[in-house]
Design a protein around this ligand. Structure first.
Ligand code: CP
Ligand code: NVA
Length: 309
């Protein structure tokens, strides 16, 4: 039976913690000279409907460090769902490669790939969620605080795919999350309900507000992301009018705990959701976070492609 990695909601808290521990070990191993070829002879196909820096390069290097190979398939190349049906792409790729990572517009497409693929499918970002990012974010928070349970995270900005994965992952491991979003840009109700259910089981909490300053009070982590995600470009002007009170700037950061770390999945729109002063300042951990994409994904790849539990 193959295992997919589509949403952090599908994993148990001990599976998430297990992946983080594996990532910590793989990172230490890599820093002290290199990883063993756990994925020798394995190939990952990487299907992209949208641009990417981190996802593409971190997956490609993760495969290479583990002795395997990665193949980049650009948006124009395979025409997922346009030149060929999603199901047929999944059936064909399954005959050649050992795993598929896909970045798609519609989440239903990554679900459909997984349904028709014989090999594991990894969600490399959809309009719904970004679980590889979420796992790397938890790894980063774990490194900074030595724990996840009870860590207070304030998310400030758009109720988007990145927030969905943070809500699922964070609520599974007992974090206390407050999300500040403009009215009309909150996370989907069903996402909040699921996350609250996970938090009830883990001892964490999930709250939403429209007040960014209220959200960051007492926060250990402030997290933000772009106001306009890939695929929403037509809404950009409207969003630029709505979101300025949710900018992560020095004044907002000063309302959190003195040790607060500031996170952003990148790419950043500097001067919009975050100021230069904050992203380049002493609280920012955004480049550690970007590096951790590679380490977290090594743990995912080893679990899915080498069949490691
Ligand atoms: N954070 C992230 O997924 O970056 P890319 O869009 O560059 O892959
Ligand atoms: N929310 C952003 C994340 C990019 C990594 C987007 O979907 O464009």
């Amino acid at each position: 039976m193959k295992t997919d990695f589509l949403s952090l909601a599908d994993l148990s808290s001990s599976e998430i913690i297990g992946l983080i521990e594996r990532a910590v070990a793989l990172k230490a191993e890599w820093k002290s000279g290199g990883n063993p070829p756990l994925l020798a002879g394995k190939t990952l196909a990487m299907v992209f409907q949208k641009p990417s820096l981190r996802t593409r390069v971190s997956f490609e290097m993760a495969m290479r460090h583990l002795g395997g190979a990665a193949m980049y398939l650009s948006p124009d190349e395979i025409g997922l769902g346009k030149r060929e049906s999603v199901a047929d792409v999944a059936r064909v790729l399954s005959r050649y490669v050992d795993g598929i990572m896909a970045r798609v517009f519609a989440h239903a497409h990554v679900v459909e790939l997984a349904r028709y693929s014989r090999v594991p499918v990894i969600n490399g970002l959809s309009d719904y969620s970004h679980p590889c990012q979420g796992l790397a974010d938890l790894l980063t928070i774990y490194e900074k605080f030595g724990r996840l349970s009870g860590v207070r995270l304030a998310y400030v900005g758009d109720g988007n795919n990145v927030l969905t994965s943070l809500l699922f992952g964070g609520s599974k491991v007992g974090m206390r999350i407050v999300s500040a979003n403009p009215p009309g840009y909150e996370p989907a109700q069903e996402v909040l309900e699921q996350a609250r259910g996970f938090a009830a089981a883990s001892g964490g909490s999930v709250d939403v507000t429209h007040d960014a300053h209220e959200a960051v009070r007492g926060a250990d982590v402030i997290y933000t992301d772009v106001w306009t995600s890939m695929g929403q470009e037509a809404e950009r002007e409207q969003r630029l009018r709505v979101f300025p009170p949710y900018q992560v700037n020095s004044r907002l950061v000063s309302g959190a705990q003195p040790h607060v770390v500031v996170m952003h999945c990148l790419p950043a729109h500097r001067g919009e959701e975050i100021t230069d002063e904050v992203i380049d300042g002493p609280h920012s951990v955004v480049f550690d976070q970007a590096e951790n994409r590679m380490h977290a994904q090594k743990a995912i790849l080893v679990r899915l492609l080498a069949g490691e539990a």
